[in-house]
Ligand binder design. Sequence first.
Ligand SMILES: Cc1cc2nc3c(=O)[nH]c(=O)nc-3n(C[C@H](O)[C@H](O)[C@H](O)COP(=O)(O)OP(=O)(O)OC[C@H]3O[C@@H](n4cnc5c(N)ncnc54)[C@H](O)[C@@H]3O)c2cc1C
Length: 494
Amino acid sequence: MRREVKNIAIIGAGFSGLYASILLAKAGHRVTVFEKNDRIGGRARVYQEKGFTFDMGPSWYWMPELIDQLFEEIGENRSEYFKLIRLNPSYRVFWEDDFSDIPADRDELVALFEGYEQGGGEKLKRFLNDAKSKYEIAIPEYLEKPGLKLNEVVNFKVLKESFKLDVFKSVDKDVRNRFSSPKSIGLLNFPVLFLGEMPSRIPSLYTLMNYADMGLGTWYPEGGMGKLPEALHKVAQKFGVEFKLNASVDAFNCEAGEIQTISVNGKNLTFDAVVASADYNFVEQNLVPKKFRRYSSQYWDTRSLAPSSLIFYLGIDKKLENLEHHNLFFDEDLVAHGKEIYENPNWPKRPLFYTCMPSKTDRTVAPEGMENIFILIPIAPNIEDTEELREKYFNIVMNRLEERTGQKIRDHIIYKRSYCIEDFKNDYNAYKGNAYGLANTLKQTANLKPKITSKLDNLFYCGQLTVPGPGVPPALMSGKLVANHLIESYEGII
Ligand SMILES: Cc1cc2nc3c(=O)[nH]c(=O)nc-3n(C[C@H](O)[C@H](O)[C@H](O)COP(=O)(O)OP(=O)(O)OC[C@H]3O[C@@H](n4cnc5c(N)ncnc54)[C@H](O)[C@@H]3O)c2cc1C
């Protein structure tokens, strides 16, 4: 039986919860967001210390048009909330002996690939054209479908275009069939590394990420990535969404196939429906009574997770040379590190790492004459996490950073914080301390992801462990998918 929902609880104030809250409130529902932490943003939280402003999670702003479109769908103009800057170079890649700056300009990019191998420029043009076609077909087919019915993915259009989507060929195979230089191969394999599998196991469909990277560009919101959750928070408040911070949802009290009350910091509250944007596994395995769980603990244990991360947030009391806004240290073997994440989960012997220095672009994120840096090593989820291990890896990356950029950095650190698996678990209830949710393997794509609906009539899920997957634009889309599902079902459309 359908009824009109008046009172909806959302668990979690990350991107998916924020966007869902806006759509539901805009449709006339009364929405309350419960967030266990003391601020909004989820994995994209921001904190200030000693004059530095640190974005805790995402730093790559990709697919700006898609995000602008999501603002338009809620009747807002993104540019009224923050300004976007296109980074040029998009990023710097440190190879074993030298480095490449990846230019924003297409002709310069083509020339760079021509320098890597004869004919590389033309090969890149063809590769990016194919990646663009995949992007254009797949974004509406996979990002915008709730994953509830088979005919969402097996439809005429997808079948007709399936040869272009390259679902059964791997990214690595596709790239290696076309390019021979290790630099071209490394660069084109890079964006999928964060999707949670070796490029040899991710369907070539995901070379659409190369189009997002090299075709659509890398952008930065003036003031930091935190401007995006801040803007969504403002919009949500404008629509009357109520936010409860330091409010942990600890239990669901269920009867007659529905959640009757949710327990928030030990107090029982009644809602017509609950949208869980918190880590799906945590909600399902801890808050939902056993008989109403759709998935078993064994199901969860056999899912492939995207990597976790060891992160350092550093404040440096001088200006640094030879670093761009985004810097990838690909000066070690990418395949060897990948195996230590996905095949034999262990701390990497020779890690690749990433350094973000937003103070290169944005003077507001560090005091005058100083730098703000964020270092990230992708690691396997759920491996041992101790202070000693963090410190060991801090020394490894500092040695490489100092050597490759030719300057002393360690002596100039005036603020340092590390963040790793145990923090992901404590702060976000993250399953196995995951950073980016479920891997985007073929077996975990679209309808094969954990469902947005549940065995409880009034419980729904969104966020990076369900459709469409991890990343800022997909997390926003996930909030949209679940909100639209609720709105349509209450209006009797589905
Ligand atoms: C280090 C890092 C770097 C990243 N880099 C990028 C990038 O550069 N570009 C990109 O596009 N994506 C990036 N991502 C991925 C992207 O940030 C995430 O996919 C996205 O933010 C997830 O949003 P979400 O709403 O699904 O979940 P979350 O942001 O995790 O939100 C869920 C919220 O639920 C709350 N919660 C949990 N349990 C409870 C409870 N019991 N009661 C109340 N609240 C609860 C949590 O505190 C959290 O705030 C990165 C992620 C990380 C961690």
